[in-house]
Ligand binder design. Structure first.
Ligand code: ADP
Ligand code: ADP
Length: 223
């Protein structure tokens, strides 16, 4: 059962071909790693999948619908840019605002805070959080609507080793809890550690797709 089906996806910015004929399938229940160096086209692809920008051409189905359709948005949680929260509000109050907007029950806020291991710091100001905590709050926000599909763009980027470990553990927990996760990364070791399947993208093109246990020896493909 495919939750994401992309074929021939292309996105151009003037002369720049950011995404060049990408085919990609994400199956229900898998943690899929979208692996490639900086500038490969990962963010552009994920922004198209979440409906933030339109493709130049190609076919894109997410949860059986078009990206950005309200029925699809309601079943997808994403963290694409570094999450923007109000610095002087607590993590809890930031999530309350989002929950209210999304029509999510208060009870769910406690659940997601627990999931991302922020329950104990929930009442502290966002501005006092480490980068890892900020990113985990971003994932908490993405999980508020209990989405079937979670899309995370470089969720460990910029994190220190402890922050990375926390985020990777969280993503593995999402996967083993049966959620479908699509994440991007430029770290081979990271996708080997946390993903079931990996698609490698370079200069806008899909270079290869592997089950994670087939990935050894592919180091030379990745910067
Ligand atoms: P990645 O996420 O893999 O680092 P991106 O999708 O951000 O790659 O970028 C792919 C290519 O498209 C890069 O060359 C980038 O400079 C270019 N690009 C991305 N967004 C824009 C934009 N809004 N306008 C022009 N070029 C862009
Ligand atoms: P990422 O780190 O995900 O690759 P960037 O920092 O490259 O993201 O891009 C941040 C923003 O700038 C995005 O909105 C992206 O579309 C835009 N952008 C990226 N590259 C270019 C570019 N060459 N020209 C114009 N906008 C760009």
């Amino acid at each position: 059962d495919a939750l994401v089906e992309v074929s021939g996806l292309t996105k151009r910015y003037g002369e720049t071909v950011a995404v060049d004929g990408v085919d990609l399938t994400v199956l229900a229940g898998e943690v899929y790693g979208f692996l490639g160096p900086n500038g490969a086209g990962k963010t552009t692809t994920l922004r198209i999948l979440t409906g933030l920008i339109a493709p130049t051409s190609g076919r894109v189905r997410v949860l059986g619908g078009r990206p950005g359709e309200s029925a699809v948005l309601g079943r997808t949680g994403s963290m694409i840019e570094s999450p923007a929260f109000y610095p002087y509000l607590s993590g809890l109050d930031n999530l309350r605002l989002l929950a209210e907007y999304a029509g999510v029950e208060r009870r769910r806020i406690d659940e997601v805070l627990e999931l991302v291991d922020l329950a104990e710091r929930a009442k502290d100001r966002f501005s006092t959080y480490s980068l890892g905590m900020k990113q985990r709050l971003g994932v908490a926000a993405a999980l508020l609507k209990d989405p079937e599909l979670v899309i995370l763009d470089e969720p460990t980027n910029g994190l220190d080793p402890a922050g990375m470990r926390g985020m990777r553990r969280l993503i593995r927990e999402l996967g083993s809890g049966g959620r479908t996760v699509l994440l991007s990364s430029h770290l081979l070791g990271e996708v080997q550690q946390i993903c079931d399947r990996v698609g490698i993208i370079n200069a806008g093109r899909m270079v290869a797709e592997h089950n994670v246990d087939e990935l050894r020896g592919e180091q030379e493909l990745v910067v």
